[in-house]
Design a protein around this ligand. Structure first.
Ligand code: AMP
Ligand code: MN
Ligand code: ZN
Length: 879
């Protein structure tokens, strides 16, 4: 409604976009230069270090940088000492500081998006203090005496305010039926009253606007188009107030206003303790009088106001009337014909600010205190300060109208185009129609979009159910959805899916009364969601927040989409002398590189086939993959296949992780490679094999997994899901619990036997794998050298840190590339890609939304892990 516009974002930068554009370029420049420096992990660093001049320069620049960091941190109010020597500690510090800043941004963005806005009118408790101070002396409002008797005016709504709806219950219809105007007469009609059913583009029924015909034919004429001299009206303190709260007072007011050429109009409303919102007060001002209409007792009669409001001969001056137009329709079936919206006029005149407060300041030298805008307007009797505020809102509107009219005439042409346009724009707003809120099955998606969180199917289901539960409750109780369950609490419940009722309550602070009352219903929703088979690919989100899983996803995304590496700048620059190779940056055992190219899509939490089960690995950080040759795999499968032929209808099964590793590696290797071809054929074979592999129906659960599965995670129903780090591998020989008459014991014995054999084979296979990998790597290195193209990856905390750790499932699957498991291993993979194809523009486009996603309040732990990754990676690089 009322916007503040026209201020520069920062000196020299009119908009935030310009600021970011300019500085992004600068940052890129700096990054480019720093990449050209002989870095610690470049082989030439040692060489350069032998020159004292080089060392001196590096030291002095380093000092400068630390100074700058100190200043920046100080400016951000982050109190910490900048470490002097430890680079690692410095990086950690910067990561922390960035986190803090990003967190702040995130909170502010959430608030701006309305996700976390504190809708509970506790704000009113604060304004309570000001009541005595601001009270005006003008008041002839006869409730004033009573008011003074009341020692304390309680502005806190929830506890003390009677629900006014009780008085006009029959006019509140929160059902899904389209809104229908209730007017039975149509004053000032050019076309007889008819409210017709119509259909919009989506074939949704609605009732026509009863005054649309009149609004469209409204032509400004006479006084409306000529400048008139008016003097500044008397202030609220010296103006008569008429309080309208019964039928008689209403008709008297209408009689008085009928003859006015111009009136100022405003509405105050309340939306927190009502589903659709209710109008609580109407303010009308002539040049000499203020009227305050309390509609609660005359709700039905209010329709009579059409006599004034739909009268084309009376100019109604409002400021930013969009909301008022709809509220009048919704509550009273009152329609506005012939409106002058000062906000619209200000827009046409190109004012730097468009708020009423600004106009009041500009034209009337009145400094309005807008703190009561959000006050609880249901309070009766109205506190004096609120009465004063309400009157001030309309007191000067007529005067401002005349000044604006003059200005529009002065600046317009002979056709008075600007003024005519102001009327047209205003009446266009009046032709909008009120519609009831609609709750669709996908209504929750908008909310989710705002949070930028990625939910798995369980969370999504919960959110959807909670959303519709909340909407239904709100309609039933005639409360706002925010009162039933605020967005941020709903999102928290949906993302955490607490198993216990207590957990649901723990997501809410303070606990909304209707949540407490309907806890069982909510609990049922959550249980239903938790019982859903998990379809998401993102284990990091859901299953094991304690682990350093963020590593996987961060890396995975990075590897999945090398062309969108957020901070690789190779397309923009020539690399100088440093030549990065696969070998000299590598610090991990070769096996970790192998893992990093594993496609997580092909991995599962628990293998379906016991023969391939391995010991669960306690440590989350290291896990070795084993390779099973296709033939071996097939051979091992034969007995099992035969066993199943007898019992089950075959179902497609997922690939074992070890084989998946092999398969995926094949795809990740360069295409013109001999080994690659070989691996490719293995892959094909496996794909074929996998299609034929039946899948056991029953859940086989090992005792060691129980702790991880206690969350009610169903494993077997999961479609392809990324492997979870550290554990969940089945251990051969370990005690297996069988569920639902599942495993056949002879099969099990056989599997164990085979598994033993398999183990022996693995050692050999591992060797073979290492050999092949080294060959591939060497070839890559060779290629790189011959191309004389040194490829360098950019500073990791910028790049990797912001790499989204949660990506939408579709994206994940589309990309389907190798996914890293070990931290530190991504470098190698990443450097094998051709960065000259990186689309620089898109890389920031991708990064932007995801950065904030990482700071989703619902997934705090993840952020922490991101931090860990950075330092971990940094350490790896140092080696
Ligand atoms: P106004 O047009 O400024 O008199 O505002 C009319 C009504 O709109 C107020 O009584 C509030 O109920 C509502 N309102 C105005 N501004 C806001 C806001 N920023 N947020 C929520 N409600 C508002
Ligand atoms: Mn208003
Ligand atoms: Zn107002």
């Amino acid at each position: 409604m009322e916007n503040g516009e026209g201020k520069e974002f920062l000196p020299g930068y009119p908009t935030i976009d310009q600021f970011t554009q300019t500085n992004l370029k600068r940052i890129l420049g700096v990054t480019k230069i720093s990449n050209d420096l002989p870095g610690e992990k470049r082989e030439d660093y040692d060489f350069y270090s032998t020159f004292p001049e080089f060392r001196k320069t590096m030291t002095s620049q380093g000092k400068k940088l630390k100074e700058m960091i100190k200043v920046q941190l100080g400016f951000q109010g982050i109190r910490t000492s900048v470490p002097t020597s430890e680079i690692e500690a410095l990086v950690e510090l910067l990561t922390d500081a960035n986190d803090t800043i990003l967190e702040r941004i995130n909170i502010s963005l959430d608030e701006a998006a309305g996700i976390k806005r504190d809708i509970d009118p506790t704000l009113l408790a604060i304004s309570e203090k000001n009541i005595s101070k601001v009270a005006g002396s003008w008041n002839n409002f006869d409730r004033r005496k009573k008011n003074e008797e009341t020692t304390e005016v309680k502005l806190l709504a929830a506890k003390n305010v009677l629900r006014p709806q009780m008085k006009f219950k029959k006019f509140i219809d929160n059902t899904g039926t389209p809104f229908c105007p209730r007017l039975t007469e149509k004053p000032h009609s050019k076309k007889p009253l008819s409210v017709l059913v119509e259909y919009d583009d989506t074939n949704t029924e609605y009732f026509s606007h009863p005054y649309l015909f009149e609004i469209e034919r409204m032509v400004p004429e006479g006084e409306m188009l000529t400048a008139s001299e008016v003097s500044m009206p008397k202030s609220v303190d010296f103006t008569e107030l008429v309080y309208v709260q019964n039928s008689k007072e209403l008709s008297n007011m209408i009689k008085e206003l009928k003859t006015e050429p111009v009136i100022g109009v405003d509405l105050e409303g309340h939306t927190y303790r009502s589903y659709q919102g209710i109008t609580c007060l109407l303010q009308l001002s002539t040049l000499t009088k203020d009227y305050l209409v309390d509609p609660f007792d005359i709700w039905e009669e209010m329709t009579q106001l059409n006599e004034i409001f739909a009268n084309p001969n009376i100019v109604k001056v409002l400021h930013g009337c969009q909301q008022d137009v709809l509220w009048l329709q919704r509550d009273f079936s009152v329609y506005l014909v012939n409106v002058f919206d000062t906000h619209q006029a200000g827009k046409i005149l190109g004012f730097p600010r468009l708020s009423l407060a600004w106009l009041l300041e500009k034209y009337c030298k009145v400094y309005a205190d807008k703190q009561y805008q959000l006050a609880d307007w249901r309070i009766r009797p109205l506190p004096e300060v609120m009465v004063y505020y309400a009157r001030q809102d309309t007191r000067y509107l007529i005067y401002i109208y005349h000044l604006l009219k003059k200005e529009l005439l002065d600046k317009g042409n002979e056709q008075k185009n600007l003024l005519v346009s102001a009327y047209q724009q205003s009446n266009m707003v009046c032709s909008s129609r009120y519609n009831k809120p609609v709750c669709n099955p996908d209504s929750h998606e908008n909310l989710l979009k705002k949070t930028k969180a990625v939910y798995n199917n369980r969370q999504l289901f919960a959110l959807q159910e909670l959303f519709s539960w909340r909407d239904a409750k709100a309609r039933m109780e005639d409360e706002s959805t925010a009162y039933i369950l605020p967005n941020h609490m709903m999102l928290k419940i949906a993302s955490e899916l607490p198993r216990e009722m207590q957990g649901i309550l723990a997501c809410c602070n303070p606990i909304p009364p209707l949540v407490k009352q309907n806890l069982t219903e909510l609990h049922m929703i959550i249980l239903k969601a938790r019982n859903k088979a998990l379809l998401t690919v993102d284990t990091d989100l859901m299953l094991n927040p304690q682990q350093d899983n963020a590593t996987d996803t961060a890396q995975m995304d990075y590897n999945d989409n090398p062309l969108k590496c957020p901070l690789d700048l190779s397309n923009m620059m020539d690399y100088g002398s440093g030549l990065t190779t696969l070998i000299n940056t590598k610090t991990d055992k070769p096996s970790t590189k192998w893992q990093s190219s594993v496609n997580k899509n092909l991995l599962k939490t628990i293998p379906d086939l016991g023969i391939f089960a391995k010991k669960p690995i306690k440590s989350a950080s290291k896990q070795k993959h084993t390779f099973v040759s296709p033939f071996e795999r097939y051979r091992l499968l034969v007995p099992y296949l035969e066993q199943l032929k007898v019992t089950d209808t075959p179902q497609p099964a997922k690939e074992d992780d070890a084989t998946a590793a092999a398969t995926e590696n094949a795809t990740a290797a360069p295409s013109d490679n001999k080994e690659d071809n070989h691996l490719e054929s293995i892959k094909k074979h496996f794909q074929h094999l996998t299609d034929m592999t039946p899948r056991p129906k029953k859940v086989v659960e090992s005792a060691s997994e129980s702790s991880e599965d206690e969350d009610g995670v169903e494993i077997l129903d999961e479609p392809v899901k990324p492997k979870q780090k550290g554990g969940k591998r089945k251990l051969e020989g370990e005690e297996i619990k069988e569920e639902g008459g599942g495993g056949n014991s002879s099969v099990w014995a056989e599997r164990q036997e085979i598994a033993k054999k398999n183990k022996k084979l693995q050692a050999e296979i591992d060797k073979e794998v290492e050999k092949r990998k080294l060959a591939i790597e060497n070839k890559l290195v060779q290629e790189e050298i011959t191309k004389k193209k040194s490829k360098k990856r950019k500073s990791e905390q910028l790049g990797d840190d912001d790499t989204p750790s949660k990506i939408p499932k579709e994206k994940f699957e589309d990309l389907g590339q190798g996914a890293g498991v070990e931290s530190g291993s991504e470098e190698e993979v990443d450097e094998a890609f051709d960065y000259s194809k990186v689309d620089f523009n898109s890389m920031f486009a991708v990064e932007k939304p995801d950065a904030s996603k990482d700071f989703n309040p619902g997934q705090k732990w993840e952020k922490k892990n991101q931090k860990l990754i950075v330092s971990k990676r940094f350490r790896n690089r140092k080696k």
